[in-house]
Design a protein around this ligand. Structure first.
Ligand SMILES: *Cc1c(COP(=O)(O)O)cnc(C)c1O
Length: 416
């Protein structure tokens, strides 16, 4: 049996341990929800005051030029691209993941309409994050013309849905609920073999697992900066487009920021060359500026070391929960296979919602997802082995004592 001392010894050997000091974490909290909202980088406090007082307060309108505001989506996109296996000028930070998904989907459908107009099926999976499915449904409703959505589920495996009617395959790299991860290169190859383009949602992957978009020959990708990248609540998302597709079509949210010369004030839309055409309107500069603080910490960490630590911590979590809470009705829904696991672990429990509220009341913050799922984000930038040990000990105590069984823990809040 693993002891807390084993965990402390592992933490003492951890090459990433010093990175925890780069974040401002509240006392008395073990934060297992960095896959939903990342933590506060220490540098963000000073940076936010600088942007607020100097760039906005003093610089005012001049700061679009003098403080680099206009270049921010591409400059930060290039920094992020290094974590995603993207080349220079292939990523911009902008808008929300939902909006970027719409743009990428539209571009992919448009490319297919030109080269293979009979392809009118968008394939995704039933267990994809709801906003992804909603955006696809909205796109199809808008397109009409016989487009349809087909979903991978237990009765419809991916291979059975891919044929020469498929325009786009749109999947999440890491599943938001189960933490299951696709082999991006293998699935992209499979899609291409059937003539489909592939669009990856990296919301639960960016900053959490190694991603190599160009190595996998993916076509489009989108994702969040407010999860594992610690960009801040509602910080703008990102979009990556393979260079070979960038200039083929312009996306339909063709606002002036995507124009070749926004300040020429022309009446006709002329898309900017390259990834800039995936911008739409004026960017949220306060929020976007802070994305850099989280990115800089992530770029300091070696991604392979991060991945090894993530797998060690998720293994430890699973092992300790099964050993210490084994008599309770917990069912692991996260793959045990390393190659198929992202960086969070989920267990089902029939009283999952109340159990999670009881955990949060004790300072162990994870989250709850329907149905019955306790979700624990394991973020190696600021968690150690002893944190995992301590969190499982609180879970064990809550389950053994049934202290979750109280009316206040059953009251549903609007965000779970
Ligand atoms: C978190 C998440 C989103 C969020 O989209 P927003 O537009 O930023 O609200 C989208 N897709 C996936 C897979 C997610 O996990």
């Amino acid at each position: 049996m693993i002891s807390r001392e084993h965990c402390l010894a592992a933490d003492a050997r951890d090459p990433l341990a010093s990175l925890k000091s780069r974040f401002s974490l509240p006392d008395g909290v073990i934060y297992l929800d960095g896959n939903s909202l990342g933590v506060l980088p220490r540098s963000a406090r000073e940076r936010s005051l600088e942007v607020l007082e100097q760039e906005w307060g003093s610089g005012l309108i001049r700061s679009w030029n003098t403080a680099g505001w206009f270049e921010l989506p591409g400059r930060l996109g290039n920094k992020l691209g290094r974590l995603l296996g993207a080349g220079e000028d292939e990523v911009v930070i902008t808008d929300t993941t939902s909006l970027n998904l719409f743009k990428a989907l539209a571009a992919a459908v448009r490319i297919q309409r030109e080269q293979a107009p009979q392809r009118k099926v968008i394939v995704s999976e039933r267990d994809n994050f709801p906003t992804d499915l909603y955006m696809m449904q909205g796109m199809i409703d808008f397109l009409q013309q016989g487009y349809e959505l087909m979903l991978v589920d237990d009765d419809h495996p991916l291979e059975s849905l891919l044929d020469d009617s498929v325009a786009v395959l749109a999947l999440s790299h890491v599943n938001y609920r189960t933490g299951a991860m696709y082999d991006m290169a293998a699935v992209s190859r499979l899609a291409h073999r059937h003539g489909a383009l592939v669009l990856w949602d990296l919301a639960h992957a960016a900053g959490a697992v190694p991603v190599d978009l160009n190595g996998a020959e993916a076509d489009f990708a989108v994702g969040c900066t407010y999860k594992y990248l610690n960009g801040g609540p509602g910080s703008p998302a990102f979009i990556w487009v393979a260079r070979r597709h960038q200039d083929r079509f312009w996306q339909p949210l063709s606002g002036w920021w995507g124009h070749a010369a926004p300040f020429a004030m022309q009446s006709d839309y002329q898309p900017a060359a390259g990834i800039r055409r995936y911008l739409c309107g004026t960017q949220p500069i306060l929020s976007m500026s802070l994305v850099e603080c989280g990115l800089d910490v992530a770029l300091e960490a070696d991604m392979q070391a991060l991945r090894e630590k993530s797998l060690a911590l998720t293994d430890l979590f699973i092992q300790l929960v099964e050993a210490r809470c084994g008599q309770h009705p917990l069912t692991l829904i996260t793959p045990r296979d390393h190659a198929a696991r992202g960086s969070h672990v989920s267990f089902r429990h029939p009283e999952g919602y109340a159990v999670m509220q009881a955990l949060i009341a004790r300072g162990v913050i994870g989250d709850y997802r329907e149905p019955e799922v306790l979700r624990f984000g394991i973020t190696p930038l600021y968690l150690g082995h002893a944190d995992i040990w301590d969190a499982v000990e609180v879970l064990r105590d809550i389950l053994d004592s049934r202290s979750w069984d109280r009316p206040e823990f059953r009251q549903r809040a609007s965000v779970t």
